[in-house]
Design a protein around this ligand. Structure first.
Ligand SMILES: [Zn+2]
Length: 256
């Protein structure tokens, strides 16, 4: 099947909006459009017409451009059904286990609550692409605004179980700061040190560090490694208690 084209648009201070374009049908989805003008400019430059918005959660820096883009393009807005009151202009309500179609491409909806309740990710399995919003970042994860550590650990586990070649498109460029934090917990991790060198090099040239992959994150991201004994020891959590280790890692990052 023809490859999707995925365009990364940096907006605000450190957000990314992604455009997903299906050459077979000319369908085009914007994932988490924080603001409309840069998205409209990118569509204009690329010659693409917006048909869908895919929202991962209700935060303003993910849905802020919804209504203006819908007014300009007539696109269909997809999001988590029970969050309809918090997602402007929601047209198509989805939930865990559902699917979303963008032209000839299909995404599975995976609920990954923790950052918010009702946060979802969109997994285009046939294209090895995951749009995970503020749940999973490269070398990090979202803050727990509405969920608890056990919930977030379970959500991250669902993403960690995806095929390792899956490319992850996160909603923020936080990787360099995340790397500095990760090295405090996991300094002997060769994969983390290599990824940190790559990230610092990319950022020094003002290039994005995304997409990462599930395989890279499994090996390097401390928030996916809370069940590794070395990490549990590093944060003083009881051996075998991944949730306690995850909670402590999250707390330490919150105050880092
Ligand atoms: Zn958020």
């Amino acid at each position: 099947m023809p490859e999707l084209q995925i365009e990364l648009i940096p907006v605000l201070r450190d957000n990314y909006v992604y455009l997903i374009f299906d050459p077979a049908t000319q369908a085009c989805a914007a994932v988490d459009p924080a603001v409309a003008p840069p998205v409209l400019a990118a569509l204009d430059r690329l010659g693409w017409r917006l048909t869908h918005i895919l929202n991962t959660h209700h935060h303003h820096d993910h849905v802020g451009g919804n209504l203006a883009l819908k007014a300009a393009t007539g696109c269909t807005i997809v999001g988590y059904g029970p969050d309809a009151a918090r997602i402007p202009g929601l047209d198509v309500a989805v939930k865990d286990g559902g699917t979303v179609t963008v032209g000839s491409a299909t995404a599975q909806v995976i609920e990954v609550s923790g950052h918010t309740l009702g946060h979802i990710a969109y997994w285009f399995a046939d294209h090895a692409a995951l749009f995970c919003g503020d749940t999973l970042f490269s070398l990090g994860c979202g803050r727990l605004f509405e969920g608890n550590p056990a919930m977030m650990w379970a959500s991250l586990g669902r993403l960690r179980d995806l095929p390792p070649e899956t490319r992850i498109y996160c909603a923020h460029e936080y990787t360099e700061a995340n790397a500095r934090f990760a090295l405090t917990l996991d300094p002997d991790n060769a994969a983390l040190r290599a990824r940190t060198r790559e990230v610092c090099d990319l950022r020094s040239r003002d290039l994005p560090t995304l997409p990462s992959t599930i395989g890279v994150e499994r090996a390097t991201n401390p928030f996916l490694r809370a069940d590794v004994p070395e990490l549990q020891r590093a944060v003083g959590a009881p051996t075998g208690d991944a949730v306690a280790a995850f909670a402590e890692i999250r707390h330490r990052k919150d105050v880092f």
